[in-house]
Write a protein that binds this ligand. Structure first.
Ligand SMILES: [Zn+2]
Length: 271
């Protein structure tokens, strides 16, 4: 189950942070690391272990691209995304320390440099969650020139669950309801002010997920605004702040947000 302590929290875009060039030749191929390679949709998987048993997961990740298109109108990536899978945490740490010595270690990582998106992960019981989360970042950034940090994480938190669990069974929902009962809410403007992942703790991640859930399953004008916001980003029209756009589209935005989760149940959900 998702848990902040093992949560991936790094979606680096651009080249400012990372100076060295990562290529398969320089990293693993020359060292003979990669033992299996697969291609599914936009993803090129390279692993230090046999990948046969992961075929269903790879097909699921490939379908994620269509799901982003269906729910967010984000078009399929024209670029390949490489996914590098290590057999264990030790070699994963070794690779990341070699490639990104300045970056704190993460159990899974998405990096974009020079137009090439790469995901790094290792074999572990939560690999499917790790890959759905990181590959969501990778797909978004393959099609959009930027994504606001909180929205990037909120979408990754939403899509990291297997498809049948996304609407009703995300573990964030239980804690969120308790926090809302206690009057704890993170508004969109607070989330929008987060400019660095160090400013996003478990509560910020949860509310980023919650606002995404609200826009995907709540009032239709909220969903429409999210789709138009992402379309503006894709077309490089100045998108403004999503909070402002939602406030204009929905009177009493925050109370509608609270109401959404108060009423949210399988029984009442619109299809
Ligand atoms: Zn993330």
């Amino acid at each position: 189950m998702p848990n902040f302590s093992r949560r991936t929290m790094l979606a680096m875009c651009g080249s400012a942070l990372l100076g060295r060039t990562l290529t398969l030749d320089s990293v693993g191929q020359a060292a003979g690391w990669w033992q299996d390679d697969r291609s599914h949709g936009p993803f090129e998987f390279h692993a230090t272990f046999p990948l046969q048993e992961l075929t269903p997961l790879f097909q699921e990740l490939s379908a994620l691209e269509l799901e982003l298109q269906r729910t967010l109108a984000v078009p399929p990536s024209q670029k390949k995304i490489e996914v590098l899978l290590l057999n264990d945490q030790r070699t994963h740490k070794q690779l990341l320390a070699q490639q990104f010595p300045q970056v704190p270690y993460r159990r899974a990582l998405y990096v974009q440099r020079g137009g090439q998106g790469s995901v790094f992960a290792y074999r572990n019981p939560d690999l499917s969650v790790d890959l759905r989360h990181e590959c969501t970042h990778a797909l978004l950034h393959a099609s959009l020139p930027m994504v606001p940090l909180w929205l990037d994480e909120g979408l990754a938190e939403y899509f990291e669950m297997a498809a049948p669990l996304r609407a009703f069974d995300n573990p964030h929902a239980g804690k969120l309801r308790w926090e809302m009962r206690l009057g704890m809410i993170r508004g969109l403007t607070t989330l929008e002010a987060c400019s660095d992942l160090t400013e996003m703790g478990p509560v910020e991640y949860r509310f980023a997920w919650a606002w995404v859930h609200f826009m995907l399953h709540g009032p239709l004008p909220a969903h429409r605004e999210l789709v138009h916001f992402l379309a503006d980003i894709r077309r490089e029209n100045p998108p403004g702040l999503l909070s402002r756009r939602l406030e204009l589209a929905l009177p009493n935005l925050e109370s509608q947000f609270v109401e959404h989760f108060r009423n949210w149940s399988r029984h009442l959900a619109r299809s």
